[in-house]
Design a protein around this ligand. Structure first.
Ligand code: GLU
Length: 279
């Protein structure tokens, strides 16, 4: 089977050196294996995505010398796919509506005194998991906004066996999806959370090797469970190093991480970028 990789940026800011590394890394894995390199626009968060960032990211990737196969998958064109996945999980009895606001969750955690923590902080205390069906119906009927959470304990029990996955850098892994607690898989204004969208999209695009930064290593434990529940093919993963600034801090769009376009305007060549990234 040919290797199929992808680069999946969100058009919510200018690309920086960290994105350049991720894109070049994915393309290289495909090239070395006579495979295919795809792009996916993670624009499901309509409030932050902008067309000018989208145009710019294609320009930046072309400047880096990359080419990719068409068509590019755009998440916002596929909300039905995410709905379908949610329906599947719902039919398995694995989702529940959560009406808690962020503040209520924090208060609940503070009241409990001590809360288990996962890679993304304190775990959801399960408040809405315990609501009766009648209570849920009433709250929905009253028009209160809610998110859909995965009952991860039930989900792992339904999977019924230990799940495994393989990281090219770190080797075989046993999946521990419960580290995230009952994650949100959809919200009123977002048809799918990152975790749900990524497994659906990777399957739809036929991705065989998911390459991405080490910061998402833990998330893969959960993605593996979602793939099992949704009966999706299981790719391999390669989590790569993150590009950091002079202080060792990871580059992020929201910090003033210097964008590829700024570097270009300052006279950087593609070779300068490759050298800086040690590629
Ligand atoms: N849009 C995600 C990011 O930029 C992609 C994550 C992934 O490759 O799974 O972090």
């Amino acid at each position: 089977m040919p290797t199929v990789t992808r680069f999946a940026p969100s058009p919510t800011g200018w690309l920086h050196l960290g994105h350049a590394y991720a894109a070049l890394f994915a393309a290289k894995q495909a090239r070395q294996n006579d495979g295919h390199f795809l792009i996916r626009l993670e624009d499901i968060d309509g409030t932050r995505s902008r067309p000018e960032y989208e145009t710019a990211l294609f320009e930046d990737l072309a400047w880096l010398g990359l080419s990719w196969e068409k068509p590019v998958r755009r998440q916002s064109d596929h909300t039905q796919d995410y709905r379908g996945a949610l329906d599947q999980l719902e039919a398995l009895g694995l989702l529940y509506p959560c009406f808690c606001t962020r503040r209520e969750i924090q208060e609940e955690i503070a009241r409990a005194g001590q809360a288990p923590h996962g890679p993304d902080g304190a775990l959801y205390p399960g408040t809405c998991r315990h609501r009766s069906i009648a209570e849920r119906k009433d709250l929905i009927a009253s028009g209160q906004a809610y998110a859909l959470r995965l009952d991860v304990g039930k989900a792992a029990a339904l999977a019924g066996r230990e799940l495994h996955w393989e990281d090219a850098a770190r080797g075989p892994q046993v999946a521990t999806p419960a580290i995230f607690g009952d994650v949100v898989l959809a919200r009123k204004d977002t048809p799918a959370s990152y975790h749900l969208a990524v497994v659906v999209d990777d399957a739809r695009q036929g991705i065989t090797l998911v390459t991405r930064g080490e910061d998402l290593f833990e998330a893969t434990h959960l993605h593996r469970l979602l793939q099992e529940l949704l009966k999706l093919p299981v790719p391999r993963w390669h989590h790569h190093r993150l590009i950091t600034d002079e202080n060792g801090k990871r580059l992020a769009k929201r910090d003033d991480a210097r964008s590829l376009r700024t570097l270009r305007d300052e006279g950087w060549s593609v070779d300068d970028v490759l050298q800086k990234l040690e590629l």
